[in-house]
Structure formats: C-alpha cells, structure tokens
Write a protein of this length. Structure first.
Lengths: 451, 362
C-alpha cells in the first residue's frame, strides 16, 4: 500500500514557484480533491468479503443512474451536532458514506498557545463538552508531568471521583441520544433525568454544570463541599435502579435488539487498524482500558472490571456503555469510602495560588498570587504526551513548552475524531436507518472532533 | 325527501366536521400531556387551563405562517397532496355511527335521526377505499416536493401502505363473515346482544367481536397503527432519519393539513376499531331509570370513552417503542401479519361453515 502511494506522488513535496506536478490540484477542499485524476493503480482490499476501494464499496453491477447522493447534515436532527454525511444511496441501501467534518472548528488548539497554563483548562474543557472534566484532567496531567510535581492523595481522589461521575453523565447522554435516534423518544428524557442528578452534584462542587474549569494544573479548584457524601449516596442509590429501568426499556426490547444487533459491525482488527478506542473498541472484544493499562491519578487503587463484549455491533456498544456506568459506580463508591484527608492542591507555591487568607498576611503570598494570575507559572522546556480514558476512548494531550508560561504547542488526541473514521467501514451496504444507529453507537461529540 | 331531510343532512355533516376538528385539538393536547407524563415532563401548560388550547395556538400560528414553495416542486400535485390527505380523513368518519339513533318530530312527521354521517350499506368497503386514497397524498407529497428526503419518505409510504392495507383488509373479513354485514350500523346492532359462545348465552358480557375475534382485532389494530404512520411504524416521517419525511418541504397551512389528517386518521381508525370489535356506541343506557336525555347521550359517551382507550394505546406505543427498520417493517407485514390474518380467516371460515351446515360427515 505504501508503495502505491509513493507511485501516486503523495510523498513528494511541491515547492511554490516551481512547475506544478500533475498530482497537484488547485485546492485542498473536497471539490478539488474530487477533480483529481482517477488512480491508475487500483488499491483494492477485501473487507468482510466485499471489494473496497478507499474504504468505499465499489459494486460495478449497479448503474450509476440508480445512485442518489444525499447530504445528511450538517443540519440534520440526528447527526449529533454538525456532522455531515455524504451518502450514496440506492433506494434505502447505503453504498458509500463519507463523513465530512469541520463545521464546529473553532481553533481551540491554536487558542491554547495564547493562554497561560493556568488558563488552559478553561479552553480544553470546551472541546468534549459532554466530558469536560476529562479534558481538564488530561491537560492538567500533561502540565504536571512537565512541571514534575506530585499531587496529594486527596486531589487525586477528588479528580477520580469527578471524572467517573462525568463518565456516567456522558454515557447517559450517549444512551439517551441513542434511544432518541432509534425512535425510543422516552429514553431521551429518562437519560437526561438521571444526568440532571449528576450535573446538580457537579454544579454543587464546581459551580457550573459544564465547562467547569475545576481540575487545574496543581490540583483542583476547591475542596468538596459539606455533605457531599450524602449526594454521592443518593446517586449510588438511584443509579442501579435507573439502569434496570433502561434495560427494561431498551436492552430486552425486541424492536431495539432488532435495530441494533448485527448492525454496524466493527471487528477487533478493523478497530485496532483505525485507532479506535473506548467503548467502541471494547465492544469488539479487545480488553483495552487506559485506566488499567496506564493508570492515572491513582485509579489503580480502586477495584473495577473492564467491560467488553464480543460482537462489536451497535447493541454491544450500547451494552458496554451501560455496564461501564455500573463499573464507574463501583469506583465512585470506593473513592467516597476511602477519601483521604489532606490538601486538595499541590504544595508548590510557584504553581498553586496561595489561599486567600495568606495574601493578607504574607508579602510572598501576595507576590506569588500576582505572578501566577498575571504572567502565569513557568513550565520547564520539554514535550510530553499524556493519555487518559475518556468516556469516548483515549483522550491524549500532547504538550510542548519552551520554558515560558504558555504552551508552545498543544494538541488533543480526540477519541471522537478517531472513532468517526470507522463510520464508512461500519456502513458497508447497510440500510439508511442503520446509518443513524451507527452514528449514535459511536457517540461522537463534534466539539471533540473539530476542536 | 323534503327540506327537513336536506337540512338534517347538512346539519349532520357540519356537526361531524366541527366534532372532528375539536377532537383533533383535544387529541393533540391529550397525546402531548400523556407522553409528557410518561416521560417525567409537564407538557403544554400555558395556553388555557392545563394547556388545553395549545393546539389551537399552534394551529393559528401555522395558519398565518408563510407557505414556502420550493422551486423544484410539481406545483399542481404539491398543492393537491395536503387536500388529498385531509378530505378522505374527514370522509371516513362519515360512515361511522357514533350514537344511538333517536326520533324527533319535525315538520309534522316523526323522523329518525341517525348519529352518523350516512348509513351506507357498503360502509366497510367505503372506509377501506377511502383509507387507500389517503395513501396517495403521502406518495404524491413525497414525489412532487422535488427533494430527496420527501422522496424517500414517499417511497417508504408506498411500500408500507400496500403491505399493511392488505393486512387491514384481511383482518376485517372475519368480522364481515361473522356478523354477515358490511353496514356499520348493523355490525353495531349485532354486538348489542349478550355474548353467545358454543350456543350458550353468557349474561352481562356484551357480544363484542373483540372476544371471539381477538386475533382479528390485534391484526387490525397493528395494521391501523401502520396505516396512520404512527410509532413504531412512523418510518414515513421518521424525524431522526428523513428529517420530516414526506412533509419536509411543506410549511404553514399545508403542513397543518397533513398534521390534521394524521390525527383525524388516528381518531377514525380507533373509532372504526371500536365499531367493528368493541360494540361501537353500545353500552348500558338504563332507559327509563335515567332521564330520556341522559339515556340518549350515554351511547355517544360510551363510544368516545372506548375510542379514548384505544387512543391511549396509540400514545402509549409512541412513548414506549423504538422505530422499526424498513426491512423489518416489510418482514413483519408480509411474513407475520398477512399469513396470520389468512390462517385466522380460514379457521373462521371452517367454524362458520360448520355452524351453518353441521358436521361434514353427518
């Protein structure tokens, strides 16, 4: 495959001012790319017994007149925001799917270069808006790795508590929208109802329902409020009941099973080849969870299982998410029972702003406070990559620092972006309605995809 | 036929028209309230007491909205489709009796006044034919819009309607065979007696076809849900897949007509199911015990009460079930419903022949 690409010339570089080579077309937009010359070498591979070129199924027996091109999205009720799908239909059968992204691109990675490390979490928290705390955590972990500071146990435990709660709320939205997309409208409201309970707790702790800016380099913004144990107990009480309700509503529902079982199958091989992670990968049977394989924030102290399924279809992905909620509840229960006492911030005056009280007493504290909030703290030169398990998969943060108070380059490895690549191969010759089921089962967040 | 008769016909038509309009208003409100309750929401609550005027407000809004006509439409059919959807919806109900006939002296002679648009002697056939015409509206709307999502909706509608029309027709035949009439007033009259089973008259239980022809009722109701394009068979206008389905390109009053037709169809299908299987307007009236006026109104009350029960099932289905996929819908129609209806038809045929002609070996 590599050789063929070389033959086509994609590895060559064209320098402006020189003669334009034939493989170069005017632009990089989709229209210009479509005008490119057809490849002379057919790069055909077998995918589940179907001939596939460039991930798209080619069936010569069909007259091209019978094909209808439908642009599903970016304004469409069930493309999870602004995903656009370029569908080629033959009646109800989808022959070719091309996801087109970029409608929610806001340049956050570039913005990060203009923000100090302390301001960074406010930026990254807006990327995956259903799991904001995970974004904050991965950014903070990356900064802390460059700084080389250790978190006190309480800060770590609070981080795990909050991110696992966030995982539940995110999976609840996934289940809710999955239900809605397949026509079970009530699931939308049931899912959001339980999510509300969790968001209320997050609001109590962080002050906001989303975009919290709660997990920051150097710890968390505040300690847990009084009576947090009661709220957690309430959540731990209610959620198992709710999971049973969802199961009664969807998991054992004949129509639901008919709509999701054996729909949008992804094999383990394909998933690994496309870099797919998270529940989508685990549904194929691959036991891969960064909480186990590369534990962060002391999550290795808690007992939980990796949920896997075997078939890799939309039903399995839904099931894995639902069972992961139960596992997250286990973690939360353990965290709540073993919450260590102590500081919720690192003991490093250069990174962590001093408590308000100290500012009145100490000149040093006042100076540190001023420096941290104006210039920001300096991070030693270097680069790092940290990854955590977000509800959607491997969420990574690649951070380069030149020794200043702002990152030189920040890149987020977004799980939704990678997972979305699987859509064309999932949709090999399926029905139009399955497209919706497939999108919902991947659970992409467009903010995470485009950033 | 004198002037009074003519006047009575006009009054009946107007009454039914107004009744259907009001029923639709209440039905939409009823659906929203019930679904909201099932989903832990409040539902409409602002317009009027308990939000009961919400539909009226929505209707007014649609009435005054701009009617956008896309450039690519086939204009004649595009305009005709919503009308074609609404008119049969009203006409179907004309054949359904919704109350006990009563006698009134007008112009010097006593006249029997039917609570029914017209007591057609081919009532059931009329209903089936009208519901078939309504399908054209969806198909034509989908095709004439000149747009892709409506086209897909229209194609789905064609296949769905043909499949489920067959099941609907087959499920009605046992009723016709059992009661021996296609006239709806006679079918209702037949069900007013007490239940007869194996030659015994069972007291206190009415002779509803529902009891002896239960499979027919189940098939009829499923097919009726599919005919009216309601969840879980609402593929024609599946919002999550086809945006608006066949009515994507319709706006303003034209959209309101489709909406109206859908809810009237829901109501009439329930009314027909009540008439065929649940005894229509029959029910205890306590003649002589209660005042004559109350006894006269009670049958209409029973009729609507039974219809509301079925409408509740419609709404309940919508709040509970996910949508079927196109191929699953076809499979369900052709591999389950139609063979089931045919098998049941044969059983009923054999039983009735046995009853009429005795043992074949005697």
């Amino acid at each position: 495959m590599v050789d063929e690409r070389t033959e086509r010339g994609t590895t060559e570089l064209w320098v402006s001012g020189t003669e334009e080579p034939d493989w170069l077309v005017a632009g990089t937009d989709e229209g210009a790319q479509l005008m490119q010359k057809e490849e002379t070498v057919e790069r055909t591979i077998e995918q589940r017994g179907t001939r596939v070129i460039d991930d798209f199924v080619i069936d010569d027996s069909i007259d091209s007149d019978e094909r209808m091109v439908v642009n599903m999205g970016p304004q469409h009720p069930s493309t999870h925001g602004v995903l656009r799908l370029h569908l080629e239909l033959e009646g109800e059968i989808v022959r070719k799917v091309k996801p087109i992204i970029g409608y929610l691109h806001t340049g956050m990675e570039k913005t990060a270069e203009e923000l100090t490390f302390l301001q960074g979490p406010t930026n990254v928290t807006r990327m995956d808006y259903l799991a904001p705390l995970h974004n904050e955590l991965v950014f903070s972990l990356a900064v802390e790795k460059l700084l080389g500071i250790e978190m006190p146990p309480r800060a770590q435990a609070i981080r795990i508590l909050m991110t696992e709660l966030n995982r539940i709320s995110s999976h609840l939205v996934a289940a809710a929208t999955n239900g809605l997309d397949i026509g079970a409208i009530s699931m939308m409201f049931y899912g959001v109802r339980e999510r509300e309970m969790i968001l209320a707790f997050l609001e109590k702790v962080t002050g906001l329902r989303m975009n919290h800016n709660f997990i920051r380099p150097g710890g968390v913004a505040a300690d847990l409020p009084d009576g947090w144990q009661d709220d957690i107990a309430g959540i731990l009480d209610r959620m198992p009941e709710a999971l049973v309700e969802y199961d009664q509503m969807l998991r054992y529902n004949h129509i639901w099973r008919g709509r999701t079982v054996d729909v949008a199958i992804l094999t383990e091989q394909e998933a690994l080849a496309y870099g797919i992670t998270g529940p989508t990968l685990r549904a194929t049977g691959c036991e891969w969870d960064l909480r186990k394989s590369e534990p962060y924030s002391g999550i290795e102290q808690y007992e939980f299982d990796i949920v896997t399924a075997s078939n890799g279809d939309a039903y399995d992905r839904y099931r894995v998410r639902m069972d992961e909620i139960a596992q997250s509840l286990r973690i939360i229960e353990q965290v709540a029972n073993t919450m260590p006492l102590g500081d919720y911030k690192a003991d490093d005056a250069k990174v962590v702003p001093p408590p308000r009280k100290r500012i009145d007493e100490s000149m040093e504290a006042l100076i540190h406070h001023f420096k941290i909030y104006t210039e920001g703290f300096k991070v030693p030169e270097g680069e790092t990559y940290v990854a955590i398990e977000s509800p959607r998969g491997e969420l990574g943060c690649y951070l380069v620092s030149d020794g200043g108070s702002k990152p030189l380059r920040m890149h987020i490895r977004a799980p939704s972006f990678a997972n979305l690549q699987a859509l064309p191969i999932m949709m090999v010759d399926s029905m139009l309605a399955d497209t919706i089921a497939a999108i919902a089962s991947i659970d992409p967040v467009m903010g995470d995809v485009d950033r | 036929m004198d002037g009074w008769d003519f006047l009575l016909i006009v009054i009946r038509v107007v009454v039914i028209f107004v009744m259907l309009m009001i029923t639709t208003l209440l039905l939409v409100w009823f659906e929203r309230k019930v679904v909201a309750d099932m989903q832990d929401r409040i539902g409409p609550s602002r317009a009027g007491p308990w939000g009961i005027l919400q539909t009226l407000a929505d209707g007014m809004k649609l009435f005054f909205k701009e009617q956008i006509t896309p450039r690519k439409v086939e204009f004649g059919l595009y305009i005709a489709a919503p009308i074609l959807a609404t008119v049969p919806a009203f006409l179907i109900f004309m054949a359904v009796p919704f109350g006990r006939p009563f006698t009134l002296t007008l112009g010097g002679e006593p006249r029997e006044i039917l609570l029914q648009g017209a007591d057609l002697n081919i009532g059931l056939l009329f209903i089936l034919s009208m519901s078939s015409i309504a399908v054209y509206a969806v198909v034509l709307a989908g095709w004439s819009s000149g747009s892709k999502y409506p086209l897909l909706g229209g194609v789905r509608a064609t296949a769905q309607a043909i499949s489920y029309e067959a099941a609907l027709g087959l499920s009605v035949i046992p009723v016709v065979m059992y009661t021996g009439s296609v006239q709806l007033s006679e079918i209702v009259e037949f069900q007013r007696a007490n239940l007869q089973f194996l030659g015994n008259v069972i007291p206190f239980i009415p002779n509803w076809n529902l009891f002896l022809l239960a499979p027919s009722f189940v098939i009829f109701f499923i097919a009726a849900v599919a005919e009216t394009n309601r969840a879980p068979f609402d593929l024609v206008e599946a919002e999550q897949e086809l945006v608006g389905g066949f009515h994507t390109e319709y706006s303003g009053l034209r959209f309101a007509l489709f909406f109206l037709a859908e809810y009237i169809n829901m109501f009439t299908m329930s009314a027909i199911a009540v008439t065929l299987f649940m005894g229509g307007w029959s029910g205890p009236t306590w003649d002589g015990v209660l005042p004559a006026l109350v006894s006269g109104v009670l049958p209409t009350f029973w009729f609507f009460a039974k219809v509301v029960v079925l409408l509740f099932v419609y709404v309940w289905l919508r709040a509970t079930l996910p949508r079927l996929r196109y191929d699953q819908l076809m499979e369900f129609g052709w591999k389950r419903l139609i063979p089931g209806a045919l098998a049941w038809l044969m059983i009923i045929g054999v039983v009735l022949a046995w009853r009429q002609f005795g043992n074949p070996w005697s």
